[in-house]
Write a protein that binds this ligand. Structure first.
Ligand SMILES: *Cc1c(COP(=O)(O)O)cnc(C)c1O
Length: 329
């Protein structure tokens, strides 16, 4: 309470917190002009950084890194802000938030965590790890429903230092006074913009209420058992079909989805969807299985792998209808 708002989309919320982070840094460390993101970031994050840099025209540059191994090298230069996905949308790689925050702060940079694939999937401690900003969607593991609005969290120490540029009336100190000048609310409400989508928010409440009855640690334990089982069964049942696991085996670095690379990933996912096993295809050649522990059981995992095996054995994915790619995959 008092730390999070729900509004707009993850994409827009990134714009708001990035503006805040860059402004705070420009006052303290004006020579820090690099914004770091991962090559393998969800593209919208990179696009927003590029758009922001182009808008403000202050000589900022984006530097794309090759993941965690490359972060220390990048931090040797004057970095203002690092934008990272807590769990990578494609591979499922899971960052250790505490260690990474320490590393980033030791170089006088700030961190923005994109929590889209981790909120509701893995435990996290934004305050204890002294994170700076976080954003994320509510329509993945939080079950807010398609297109539900996004969350935005700001460390209290940064909250009142800056007003974000999408300074709409809902972020005003007294929106219904209808005054002629902007004055930001002295609370996390200053990160709102216009009217929140109230009906969509009421649906998020249903999803979040279910989580409040569950223990996040237990959710995590079950998630790891389910993903372990899935990996083990794909190995056992489908080894001859050429699926290459790209999700870390190490529990400390695995989120709650499992991904494989396969040349015909797109067609295979379509054939699986036709059988009622709904995974995602992500470029390049990646099959992603979101394994959400709140409502998937061990039997579901067994059945999913059997469907995968039959799809391959019967060459169902070769069906011509699966060759046609839609705009949305
Ligand atoms: C799903 C996802 C988004 C989506 O952003 P929208 O603004 O809701 O379209 C952003 N970042 C990551 C890492 C995601 O996985």
């Amino acid at each position: 309470q008092g730390e999070v708002v729900i509004s707009d989309s993850t994409t827009l919320n990134l714009f708001k917190v990035l503006s805040a982070a860059v402004k705070i840094q420009a006052d303290k460390f004006p020579e820090h002009k690099i914004i770091v993101a991962e090559k393998d970031a969800f593209p919208t994050d990179i696009y927003i950084i590029e758009g922001f840099i182009d808008l403000i025209q202050k000589g900022y540059q984006v530097e794309l890194i090759d993941g965690v191994e490359d972060l220390s090298r990048a931090l040797e230069n004057d970095v203002a802000v690092v934008v990272l996905s807590h769990v990578n949308y494609r591979t499922g790689y899971f960052y250790d938030m505490a260690t990474i925050n320490e590393q980033i702060h030791s170089k006088d940079a700030l961190v923005i965590w994109d929590l889209c694939h981790s909120v509701g999937a893995v435990p996290m401690h934004l305050n204890q790890t002294d994170s700076d900003f976080a954003i994320g969607c509510t329509y993945k593991y939080l079950n807010g429903g398609p297109g539900s609005p996004a969350l935005l969290w700001v460390n209290e120490k940064h909250r009142d230092q800056f007003w974000q540029p999408l300074s709409g009336w809902w972020s005003h100190k007294k929106p219904f006074d209808m005054t002629q000048h902007y004055e930001p609310a002295n609370s996390i409400r200053r990160y709102l913009c216009g009217t929140q989508p109230v009906i969509s928010m009421s649906l998020i409440e249903c999803g979040v209420d279910i989580f409040l009855h569950a223990d996040m640690q237990k959710i995590r334990e079950k998630s790891l058992k389910l993903t372990d089982l899935f990996i083990q069964l794909v190995h056992q049942e489908c080894s001859e079909f050429g699926f290459e696991l790209i999700t870390p085996l190490d529990h400390n670095h695995r989120g709650s989805h499992v991904s494989y690379r396969h040349e015909f990933g797109y067609e295979i996912i379509q054939a699986l969807i036709a059988r009622g096993v709904i995974g995602d295809y992500r470029e390049p050649a990646v099959l992603r299985f979101g394994i959400t522990p709140l409502y998937l059981g061990f039997e579901d995992i067994w059945n999913a792998v059997q469907h995968l095996k039959e799809t391959m054995l019967n060459s169902e994915w070769k069906n011509k209808q699966y060759l046609v790619r839609g705009e949305v995959t």
